[in-house]
Design a protein around this ligand. Structure first.
Ligand code: GAP
Length: 509
């Protein structure tokens, strides 16, 4: 099947209640999106799975939740006030403002990642590029800071200026000492956070991919400064295969190469810590149903690295508009902690029991993922049009699906069947997201649930009233089994934990 375009995905998401343009009744506002009744469930499931995998299931990572607005000095220390910028072009006639790098990449089909405003200006003049809206030349090229400014308190002058956070990461550095002491953390360890981030993107685009308000799921992973090259967990990922695209391959115009982590480490293509985190994060996606063929890992070119990064890799996904960053992994060294020590005058070092010395730990890799980009990945890899059924089947992993179960009375005009179906629904509701539907033919009701990814459908019929069992249908295969009502709950648990559908009960189709 041809890949769905991002525009088609936006239409599908709106039609089914996953995501809508924000404030559409007022004409909308570019770069802001709202999530509907199914979108919010999928988003919550993604965040819950991420938190469980990265925080609850591990001994070495704890969570925190910082505020969105923080002291403005935080952003001076982090370098965001000075360097968190994109180059912007302004049209001399219609005053349209556009993000220069994306515009040039679209027009000239070359990568301009990391070029400064002077180099971009040269390219614009050399290629006689004009405003895409009115065809006039550009009057102005300048750096545009992406942080949203606001005023804190009743005074609206520069003494009260603060910013909506452009990344959640800085709160982890600012609260570092407290979290380490409270949670009695020992190196190596991580601190994780999920929360909103805001960027005044010059040209937000591609639906949820690049928006002005989004959520991040980030980990700052800290290690001893003398142990930045040894990862104690690397054995866990040695046999994992990844699609490597190093800086050298890009410079020599070579194609990415699929290889085992152990071979990449032998060839010194990647550090142990990067290999561990990249493989672990790809596994998180694929364990939740994403297609491994749609992933590759790409090392940043020197000129595209952020001001704080020693080495950065991206986990990229093959979106319908090309391979793009899904998740970033920067080696931020001790840059952030040292900057906050300098700017705040506070001691953020920790005591190393072994050497009896104070040390400032290094962040060897910072897995940083946008919830909305993960949302798109799971939606694209789940979306299938089933010709035989004549409808879309959204094959979301059972732990991600907005609705786990739908319950239908076979017919809506028999009170004893409707009553039984509602009893079944109420029994399941305590444990799962349940959708109840008694409108239309059974076929139509199945199709509606397939389209929103509901994992299992339960039909209550005449025999259910007399014999106390129901039919359960599996979304992905349409197979059906008969299960006792008293057993449904734990059978669904077994299924969510990976049990084979046919083993849940007596097969009927
Ligand atoms: N703390 C590091 C950091 O923020 P980043 O590469 O700028 O690094 C991390 O952002 C992740 O946040 C990206 O990989 C992407 O998943 C998500 N992200 C960044 N900008 C975004 C935007 N405008 N809209 C949606 N997601 C975005």
């Amino acid at each position: 099947m041809e890949k769905l375009s991002i525009e088609d995905m936006a239409v599908f998401c709106k039609r089914k209640g996953f995501a809508y343009p924000n404030s559409e009744i007022y004409g909308g506002i570019s770069g802001f999106w709202d999530f509907g009744h199914l979108g919010v469930e999928l988003k919550n499931n993604i965040k819950r799975e991420w938190w469980k995998f990265h925080v609850n299931d591990r001994e070495d990572i704890v969570g925190m939740d910082g505020s969105i607005i923080t002291h403005p000095r935080v952003w001076e220390a982090s370098g965001h006030v000075e360097s968190f910028e994109d180059v912007m072009l302004t049209c001399s006639k219609c005053k349209e403002r556009i993000r220069a790098d994306h515009f040039i990449e679209d027009k000239l089909k070359i990568s301009v990642e990391g070029l400064d405003s002077k180099e971009i200006d040269k390219l614009v003049n050399k290629n006689k590029l004009k405003c895409p809206k009115c065809g006039s030349s550009f009057e102005d090229i300048k750096d545009f800071n992406l942080m949203f400014k606001t005023n804190v308190g009743p005074r609206e002058d520069k003494t009260s200026v603060s910013y909506l956070r452009p990344e959640t990461a800085q709160l982890i550095f600012v609260d570092f000492k407290l979290v380490v002491e409270n949670a009695r953390l020992k190196l190596p360890f991580g601190i994780a956070q999920i929360g909103k981030a805001f960027r005044n993107e010059i040209s937000p685009r591609d639906f949820l991919f690049r928006s002005r308000e989004f959520e991040q799921m980030e980990i700052e992973y800290f290690v001893h400064p003398d142990q930045t090259d040894k990862c104690p967990y690397v054995k866990e990922v040695m046999s994992k295969e990844l699609n490597f695209y190093t800086e050298e391959m890009q410079q020599k115009n070579k194609k990415p190469i699929r290889m085992k982590v152990k071979d990449a480490l032998n060839k010194k293509l990647v550090s142990e810590w990067h290999a561990y985190w990249l493989a672990t994060e790809q596994k998180w996606f694929t364990d939740l149903g994403a297609n491994p063929d749609n992933f590759r890992i790409r090392q940043h070119l020197k000129k595209e690295k952020s001001h704080y990064a020693l080495d950065t890799w991206d986990l990229e996904y093959n979106f319908p508009f090309g391979w793009k960053e899904l998740q970033g992994f920067s080696n931020r060294t001790d840059f952030d902690l040292k900057q906050h020590i300098k700017f705040s005058g506070k001691d953020l070092s920790i005591f190393d029991e072994e050497t009896k010395k104070k040390i400032v730990p290094h962040v060897v890799a910072e897995p940083s993922l946008g919830v909305e980009r993960a949302f798109l990945v799971f939606m694209f890899d789940a979306y299938t049009y089933d010709k035989k059924r004549g409808n879309v089947v959204l094959r979301l992993h059972p732990r991600l699906a907005p609705m786990t179960v739908a319950v239908f009375p076979l017919v809506s005009n028999k009170p004893q069947i409707v009553k039984k179906a509602k009893e079944v629904r109420d029994g399941l509701k305590k444990y799962f997201n349940v959708f109840y539907d008694q409108g239309g033919s059974i076929g139509r009701r199945y199709a509606r649930q397939d389209e929103i990814g509901t994992t299992l459908c339960i039909t209550v019929d005449f025999d259910s009233v007399e014999g106390s069992d129901v039919t359960i249908r599996e979304r992905d295969t349409t197979k059906q089994v008969r299960v006792k009502i008293k057993d449904i709950c734990h059978k669904i648990w077994e299924y969510m934990e990976g049990a084979q559908f046919e083993k849940l009960g007596k097969k009927i189709r």
